[in-house]
Design a protein around this ligand. Sequence first.
Ligand code: ATP
Length: 468
Amino acid sequence: MMTTDKVSIDTIIAMCKNRGFVFQGSEIYDGLANTWDYGPLGVELKNHIKQLWWREFVTTNDNSVGLDGGILMNRNVWVASGHVGGFADPLMDCKDCQTRTRADKLIESHDENINADGWTNQALEAYINQHHLVCPKCGKFNWTPIRQFNLMFETHRGVTQNNTDQIFLRPETAQSEFINFTNVQRSMRLKVPFGIGQIGKAFRNEITPGNFIFRTVEFEQMEHQLFCHADDAMAHYEKYKQKIWNFITNTLGIRAENLRFHDHEKLVFYAKAACDMEYHFPFGWGELNGTHHRGVHDLTNHQNLSKKSMEYLDPMTNQKFIPTVIESSQGLERLFLAILCDAYHTETLADGDTRVVLKLNPILAPYQICVLPLQKKGLTETATQLYRDLQQQFTVTYDDAGSIGKRYRRQDEIGTPLCVTVDYDTLNDQAVTIRNRDTMEQTRVKIADLPAKVIDIFTSYNKKKNIL
Ligand code: ATP
């Protein structure tokens, strides 16, 4: 059997549309750039990722609690955070075809070892001129000067449009954790170090071509902020780098050879350390998540503007201090895309036939089991009963349309780990056939033993190096 895991982004986009993972946003009206809707299978996959992240970073993470902050916040939140003044992308227009391009991303796509985040306009322009980087759309070299463009979506509350009514859709979830720091600490009687996790929508007025769901204007972030003492912060930073690595590789099962860390050499003035984890997407290496040592910047700024104390009194030492923040920030959709790209395999079988198989970890698969009656006639009742029983413990789908071979292939393509086939022998021996997605092996199992057998297969999945 020959296997290839090389896949183009166009193949992933087509698979997502055809199989109900992701649809173009507002498609019947010719779409809206960089927006996407998640279909029936996409929403299941997203929910599974969120549940696993929540378990790893909140419920089983020592001293961590959750939060669900509002999307709309007082404008001062974004003044204190620096987003009103400085959350901008360096943009330039092609004077020939009017395409707008992000200067830092143009440089990074020219040389994937460069991270141009935080470069000055002067440095960006110098590099673009020196390397004669042309417009990706029309190939001409005729750029306007670089201008900073604020990424926040702005709206107005009430009927007038004066400055006091201006509000923003949040461009990141983190600020809720900062502004609720004392609320959470006091109500939960937490001792530093403790963490707050949140999953929620964020909005950025991105103009760069999106690479499918990699860069969108509306997305979900899964963020965790640890509040700790400055002396311990570097150790926590290293721990959280390792934690996100373990989550992505061990818990989710993304292959380590497609991942790397990229430590930031140039840091914003308040940060002590920052790194991105990158995934090797079909279009090149791209940021998957970030771990940041943010010092006392966020809480200090909110204290200064709100005039409310953000200090913590250590009951053991009697020392008062503003805690340092270690942040782990993960975009849900980028992880979703990495999971699909990593799982997508094309196999040429011994008989020359080919199949597409999504080798998803069973804990992520939209459906864990598909129940199939070999024929509708005489088997529907037994199969339906089995489907209902299995639904109590697993996510299950049912398929009785078409030949059994075609039905297996359909499930392979959407990553269903196990197919359970009900045949005429089932009516006598109370047993069914389990067909394994990865090995395609079939085994006969008594219905009474089925749940235990399924759990056994799933729990041994990671131990067997991601093969069912
Ligand atoms: P990039 O350099 O790719 O623009 P960033 O450094 O601005 O990303 P952060 O502000 O650190 O990203 O956001 C944390 C995480 O949120 C990112 O690692 C990514 O997973 C996700 N993210 C950020 N912007 C977007 C977007 N426009 N679309 C989808 N996910 C995003």
